[in-house]
Each structure stands twice: as C-alpha cells, then as structure tokens.
Design a protein around this ligand. Structure first.
Ligand SMILES: [Zn+2]
Length: 522
C-alpha cells in the first residue's frame, strides 16, 4: 500500500501497427506535465509509457510488410515510438513493451491465478469481430456499410467490415463484477473522470456485464495461455496488465507495493477497457483497483477525430520542427480543456504562439533581464521593504495565489486550468512593468530606491513563473533559470512553494525564448 505522496501515472501503451500522430503525443504530454509537476513537488513519482505489440492486426501489418511481427515491432519502436518521446520532451521513468519477458511471464502468472481461483472457464463464442478494435462488437456498435462495403456490416469507429467469428475460448467471469463495479463507481465518484465519461461507464455497466472471451485460437501472435498453449491471450487482457507488470507485479513485490495503484490517462474511446475490464480483473486477482481512470477528449481536425485511418493524422514533428517542443506542449495543454474534445488548427497554434508565448511570456522575460542589465549592471537590487506599494504587494500575493490555484487544478488533472492560473502572473507582471515605468525611474537619481524595488519585484515574479512553468515548458524555463542565476536546476525548486525560489542575485544574457516565426502560408 502506497502512502499519499506516491504518484504513479501511465499513458495507454501504444499499438505499433502504425506511426505516431499528434493524438498520441497529446496524451503523452498531458501525462508528462502531471508527472513533472508531482516530481517537482517532491512526490514519489513514477511515469510509465510503452507499446502494445501483440494481436492479429499487428501480425497482419507485419506480414504485409514482409516481416515477422517481432521484427516489425522492433522497427516501429526504434524508429517511431522511442523517438517520439524525445521530440516532445517526455520524462518517462520506464518504457514497457508487451514483448518484454517481465511482462509475458507475469501475464501468465496473473492468468494462472485467476484460473486457479475459478474465474476462468471454457465456452463457445460467436460474434462480430472488428480487427481494427481487436474486440467483439455488439450490434449497436455496427452500421450498414456504404460504397465498396455496401451490403456488409461495418464497425462505426473504423468504417470497415467486421468478421463473424466462432471460437471455442476461455472466458473470464466478468459478469460476477457488475455489482462490485457499480459499488466502486458509487463509493468513489472520482474513480472515473471526467463526469461525461463516468456517466457513460455507469450506464454501460448498469445494463449488466457479460463474460469476456480472453483467448484466441485463430492466430498465434500473443502470450500463450499457460495451461493450454494452443490459445493466446486476448490482446486487451494482455495489454492492460502492463500497468501491473511494469510496476513489479509477480517479481518485485516491494516496488509494486510502493507504486500501485496508478492514475491512468487514456483517450475516452478506451475508457471502457480501463474502467470496467481492468478493475474487474484486479478485483478477481485480489488486487487494489486503480486510483483513477481519466478519459480525455479527442483532437479534432476539420471536425473529425484525428487518426491515421481517417487520413487526418499529423505527425508531431510537423509542429515541433517549426515551433519547437515547448510550444507543442504549451499549445495542446492550454488551448484544449483537458477532458473535452478540442480542435486543432495551424492558425490557432500560430496565433497563440505569437500572442502568449512570444509576446506574453517571452517578451516579459527579455524585458526584465534587459532592464536589470541596463539600469543595474546585471545585479538584482534588494527591494526596499519599508516602502512597498500596493502594486508590489499585489504581485507577491499573485505569486502565492497562482501557485496554490495551479496545484489545486493539477490535483483535479485540470492541466489547462493550472496553466491559465499561472498565466495570471504573466499578465500581471507585464501590466506592473508598464505602469511602474522603470525606464522613467532610471532617469531620476532620487528614484533609485523605487527603481530597486520595481526591478526586484519583477525578477522575483519572473523566477516564480519559471518554477511554475517548468513542467510545461522545460526547455525555455531551463534557459531562463540560467539567466536568472537560480540555485541548482529549476526542477530542484519545490513547485508547491514556487515563490520561495532561491538564487537570482544577478542576471545573465538571455536569447529570445520564442523567436519570431515566419509561417509559410502555402
Ligand atoms: Zn473497429
């Protein structure tokens, strides 16, 4: 059992049948900002991401590319998925692949325990299977095909025909967990969030759960069922267990006790797997259910969910090559209310880059550093504490207020709100400098004390901002921290007391944090 200060956060493990698009990167960045915030707050933080490598879809993709499924997975992980983490500055502590031995062996251990406990039986199943979803679909999940698929039933998500499959399979007694799950949602309203996703899940479970087919016999790219090697484990059952096997389940009990339970960040389309099947599996094994399942919204481009199969996929490098990884991180975390769907557009990205990052934060940073250099030879003067004005005190109050409000928003996973609260300090500091006119004070020797207080207040506020924005803008804040001659690295500064940052007796030159970008209109 972990104490309250441990924070174990996960992304879904990504399916290696294709290359990453900005929807994947969005999930990674959200989890990363939360992980960085908690780490900087001194919480015992562990951030897991990884790849899902089994299943029929991967077998088919690999075969179509003339490779074995493992060769295909190795190639995609090395050439696409690991590099994605560098592209957008992800600070994960671990990267699990479902082909790792630590995973495969302990999935078998878990399954054997469920089997021994009587939660698994043999049965016959017939149903419509979508290879894209890797799941059997209900009729309500299907619709009539059009065009080349006229006359066939197609999956509503993939718009591709489903297959009618009949299998003799092993089943997990998931129906036993209908009531325990409803009790869980009732006693812990935060277990599934946001509210829209929670309602959908509760309604789904209230209709009653059916048992889950958890093995496949028609192909062999997967983890073998330990007591019957002619079957492989259903890919979702295999994949969900990554959160436990990466945390030491089955081989490092001490680590597992320290980390578990986790906060799972997932897209809302897979919330059902995480908030229904996964806790049922854990209950059956006598393990604690997750701390929370958070289903974020979709990224929309031209009104459609972003995905490669819908041909709207945008590669993250298309954005970072021009705007940089900080701007990528900032834009998606700020512009989209975390939990809701959000639209991406190049126009909005360019506009926010210019107004908020370049003119708002970047310009504030260069102005403050330049003024201390010009009017005080680069030395930051102490404030004259006996003569503080209301304007000075207001900045100090905002430093504390923004810190507390942002931390409170992070606790609710409201990342957009945390940034908005911190941005109040950006705006107030810009307004403060405009009103205090240090360039006027500098011309009048009798105003030297006042100039010292204004410069000190501006530098102090800028340092607090640097600490608070470090989880979102790791590159820019590292540069700024150096220019502010802060103590150690900015990540060493306890974020829940950001205004108590230390160092900063001098300033050093600072290059433009968010340089002007000429956007090609074509
Ligand atoms: Zn589908």
């Amino acid at each position: 059992m972990s104490d309250g200060s441990s924070f174990y956060i996960t992304t879904p493990i990504f399916y290696v049948n294709d290359v990453p698009h900005i929807g994947h990167a969005y999930t990674e960045v959200a989890a990363d900002v939360l992980a960085r915030w908690h780490r900087q707050a001194g919480d015992d933080t562990w951030f897991l991401t990884g790849t899902d490598e089994h299943g029929q879809k991967i077998l088919r993709t690999a075969t179509a590319n003339g490779m074995s499924p493992k060769e295909w997975a190795d190639k995609l992980v090395a050439e696409s998925w690991q590099p994605l983490l560098n592209t957008i500055d992800i600070s994960n502590d671990d990267f699990i692949r479902t082909t790792d031995e630590r995973h495969e062996v302990n999935v078998q251990l878990f399954l054997q325990r469920l089997y021994d406990a009587g939660y698994i039986y043999t049965g016959e199943y017939e149903g419509y299977y979508c290879v894209g979803c890797e799941e059997y679909k209900q009729l309500s999940d299907l619709e009539d095909g059009t065009g080349q698929y006229e006359g066939q039933l197609v999956c509503k998500i993939h718009s591709k025909p489903v297959e009618l499959l009949k299998e003799r399979n092993y089943f997990f007694r998931m129906s036993d967990f209908t009531q325990p799950l409803l009790d869980l949602y009732e006693s812990r309203p935060d277990f599934v969030q946001p509210e829209s996703v929670r309602n959908e899940i509760v309604q789904f479970v209230k209709r009653g759960l059916t048992d889950l087919s958890i093995s496949r016999q028609t192909f062999d790219w997967g983890i073998k069922v330990p007591w019957d090697e002619t079957h492989v484990v259903y890919v979702w059952f295999d994949a969900l267990l990554n959160y436990a096997t990466a945390a030491g389940y089955g081989y490092d009990q001490e680590k597992f006790d320290r980390l578990w339970p986790a906060t799972h960040i997932v897209g809302k389309d897979i919330a059902r797997f995480h908030a229904v099947i996964w806790p049922a599996m854990l209950m059956a094994a006598g393990l604690e259910v997750p701390k929370q399942v958070y289903g974020h919204g979709w990224l929309l481009v031209g009104g459609e969910k972003m995905s490669k199969s819908k041909l709207t996929g945008i590669a993250p490098e298309q954005i970072t090559d021009t705007f940089g990884s900080d701007a990528f991180r900032y834009y998606f975390m700020r512009a989209i209310n975390f939990g809701q769907d959000g639209s991406f557009s190049w126009e909005d990205l360019s506009a926010r880059y210019q107004a908020e990052l370049a003119n708002g934060f970047g310009n504030l940073a260069s102005r403050v550093i330049a003024m201390v250099t010009r009017y005080h030879g680069g030395t930051v003067p102490p404030a004259v504490e006996s003569a503080l004005t209301e304007a000075d005190l207001a900045i100090r109050a905002t430093e504390r207020r923004a810190t507390k409000a942002a931390d409170e928003a992070i606790e609710r996973l409201a990342v957009h709100e945390a940034i908005a609260r911190v941005w109040e300090l950006v705006d107030e500091l810009n307004g403060y400098i405009t009103l205090q006119e240090p360039w006027v004070l500098a011309k009048d020797p009798s105003k030297a004390d006042r100039l010292a207080t204004v410069l000190n207040t501006a530098v102090h506020g800028l340092g607090t901002l640097t600490v608070l924005l470090s989880p979102v803008l790791p590159e820019a804040t590292a540069k700024l921290w150096t220019a502010l001659t802060g103590t150690g690295t900015v990540q060493d500064q306890p974020i829940r007391a950001a205004w108590e940052w230390t160092g900063g007796a001098r300033v050093e030159p600072l290059e433009a944090l968010f340089p002007r970008i000429e956007v090609d209109a074509s």
